[in-house]
Design a protein around this ligand. Structure first.
Ligand code: ADP
Ligand code: ZN
Length: 641
């Protein structure tokens, strides 16, 4: 597989055009397979580097590579990014005027395009198919291939008709790409796109640069604010909320607190929505507060965090949403605040839905897996990957690995709570909600407790050792484990389940995470000792080297300013000019010559030519203080003469 002339040519393009040193994971094999004319199915997580897998073969093979993508809003940026690299690319979709489209068609017919991005509905028109008949085609790349799945929420009916490509062009290689991992979707892609003979490339779905954190929800908004201020000030992020109203409120509140934030949900008019999306893509450091309507195809590479104020319904959803963080491979965080109300709410949604029993069973199974992930005291990543069938070992980059929670034998607490639910119902002849049960447990003779005479029950006051918040945490975990149910039809009354009996009988022990956070640390005051340093595991500070660090940070900020200006001058998002990772590497290494600059990841020949001089000038202008760079600057000046 290695050493063929094609491989050498692919590597040359990777280095020269894209500015990257080596292929990642299966990229090299995929490129070789497609370049050799084979079909492929590529399953790779977000940020894994799917684009290069079809871009490079399209450049290697004669003819134009056709990229089918449903993400019209992104085509412009994708094509701009390619052009900045010197790749001959264009797109055809409904956003173009007739004249613009005609120009693209002429370029295609003249053999001037390596890559053409087309929306599926456009591609399937007779006119477009006939146009493609007239030119040599390098390959078809079907991006976001999970859109063929009728069960997924991104279903696009036009995707079902893409088999026409195979029928009309049996000899043109096709590649289907997706970040959706599950086996069912995978099978659907193969069947519906007639890819039976395609080679399958499956990558690990791990996103090692994403740090997972799930905290107990106390005062969610304040916790969110602390999370952003302590670890992500000035950075781009997405905050997911379950409802439109909450999106609006939260965006407003964050803005009032000085965090630039915009709302996004399906209830807003299309123009405002797309204006917000484009600001999020183009401006540095904006926070998007959104429902899950905001999602697919947000391939902004420098989203530094994804926060959930409400729990997703499934692990798939959680993985997909959190996966929008850190596409550029730089450290990023997935943070979620989760509490009793989330569990109750999600269970209720399923129970009260109109769907049939089979569907409810599936939904309950998915929710249980999500709850398991939220409640686990073991490595979150191990749990997450296991859900997708991937085995792994403790990651060292999730909250449970970093600050292992105390496992707690909660059998006794659970039995107290369960027997209290039982006694109260027995005494009154009907059930009660969480607040009442906890009051009885804690021995609080509230008016309501006295009204029903519950202060004389044997369970009155047996749980005085735990605070109300702690009991809520215990209850949450019991509901999550289906040891207590909530009767939504009757005022959220707590009821025992089949499984509760085993616990009451003493036949089952209950382990859970000790709900300690509640009393010990109020939200906001970083009891865990500042996130800042902790969010950049990838860049260890050289010991004692305060100053170079501060200087690199200063240079990084200046580079970002420069990038902002360069981007707006060219009318593209900043990351199309350079990714953060590239700027950071420049700030750390301070290359003082064009040659040295060219060795930095993400700087290919075209970008070196376009921006090299400006960057060197900027680096040298800040070189004054640093001795080492000072002399490097001197050398560079001499070299330049
Ligand atoms: P995906 O489409 O799988 O989400 P992309 O194709 O957008 O991922 O790539 C994610 C990021 O990784 C991009 O910033 C891309 O430039 C970078 N990248 C891809 N391949 C490589 C590589 N071989 N070396 C370095 N960076 C890479
Ligand atoms: Zn872990």
């Amino acid at each position: 597989m290695s050493g063929s002339p094609g491989d050498a040519a692919a590597l040359e393009i990777l280095r020269r055009t894209f500015g990257y040193e080596a292929f990642r994971g299966p990229q090299a094999a995929i490129v070789a397979h497609l370049a050799g004319g084979g079909d492929a199915q590529v399953l790779m997580p977000t940020g894994g580097g799917k684009s290069l897998c079809f871009q490079i073969p399209a450049m290697l093979r004669p003819g134009t590579g056709i990229v089918v993508s449903p993400l019209i809003a992104l085509m412009q940026d994708q094509v701009d990014a390619l052009r900045e690299l010197g790749v001959r690319a264009a797109f055809l979709n409904s956003s173009l005027s007739g004249r613009q489209a005609a120009a693209v068609e002429r370029a295609l017919l003249a053999g001037e395009l390596d890559l053409l991005y087309v929306a599926p509905e456009r591609l399937l028109t007779p006119r477009c198919l006939e146009l493609l008949e007239r030119v040599p085609l390098a390959l078809f790349a079907i991006d976001e291939a999970h859109c063929v799945s009728q069960w997924g929420h991104d279903f696009r009916p036009e995707y079902l008709q893409l088999t026409v490509l195979h029928e009309r062009w049996p000899d043109v290689p096709r590649v289907a790409l997706t970040a959706t991992a599950d086996a069912l979707t995978r099978r659907e892609i193969v069947e519906r796109l007639a890819l039976q003979s395609a080679r399958e490339f499956v990558s690990s779905f791990d996103r090692p640069n994403i740090r997972y954190r799930i905290v107990e929800k106390l005062d969610a908004r304040r916790q969110l604010l602390a999370f952003i201020r302590d670890g992500h000030a000035g950075e781009a992020g997405i905050v997911y909320c379950a409802s439109r109203a909450k999106v609006d409120e939260t965006a407003q509140w964050l803005s009032d607190q000085g965090v630039p934030a915009l709302p996004y949900h399906a209830g807003m008019d299309a123009a405002t929505r797309s204006a917000h999306q484009s600001r999020f893509l183009r401006e540095d450091g904006l926070v998007m507060v959104a429902t899950i309507a905001f999602g697919m195809g947000i391939d902004k590479p420098d989203v530094r965090f994804v926060a959930h104020l409400d729990m997703p319904k499934s692990v798939e959803g959680y993985y997909q949403e959190t996966g929008r963080a850190g596409r550029d491979g730089e450290p990023a965080e997935a943070w979620m605040a989760y509490g009793l109300a989330d569990v109750v709410q999600q269970r209720r949604l399923i129970e009260q839905s109109e769907a049939d029993e089979a569907y409810k069973r599936v939904s309950t199974g998915k929710l249980d897996a999500m709850l398991g992930l939220a409640e686990t005291i073991d490595c979150r990543r191990v749990r997450l990957l296991a859900y997708f069938g991937e085995a792994s070992t403790s990651c060292g980059n999730c909250d449970n690995c970093l600050e292992p929670p105390q496992p707690w034998d909660a059998t006794e607490a659970a039995r107290k709570l369960l027997s209290c639910i039982y006694r109260v119902r027995q005494a009154a002849g009907f059930g009660f909600g969480a607040q009442h049960i906890i009051a009885v447990l804690r021995g609080q003779a509230s008016a309501r407790v006295r009204q029903y005479g519950h202060e004389s029950l044997s369970t009155f006051g047996i749980g005085a050792d735990l605070s109300e918040a702690e009991w809520r945490a215990v209850l949450r975990q019991l509901i999550a484990q289906d040891l207590v149910a909530v009767d939504h039809a009757r005022h959220q009354v707590l009821v025992l389940t089949e499984a509760s009996r085993e616990v009451l009988r003493g036949a089952r022990t209950i382990g859970m995470r000790r709900p300690a956070a509640v009393v010990k640390s109020r939200p906001g005051r970083g009891a865990r000792g500042g996130l800042r340093g902790a969010t950049t595991p990838g860049s260890p500070a050289p010991d004692g080297a305060e100053r170079p660090d501060a200087e690199a940070a200063r240079l990084f900020e200046r580079l970002r300013e420069w990038r902002r200006a360069a981007a707006s001058e060219r009318g593209v998002p900043p990351y199309v000019i350079f990714h953060d990772a590239t700027l950071r590497a420049i700030a750390e290494r301070r290359p003082a010559s064009l040659e040295a600059l060219g060795t930095i990841g993400g700087i290919g020949a075209k970008k070196l030519e376009a921006h090299g001089e400006a960057l060197i000038a900027l680096i040298l202008s800040q070189a004054g203080g640093a001795g080492e760079t000072g002399s490097a600057a001197h050398d560079a000046m001499e070299e330049a003469q």
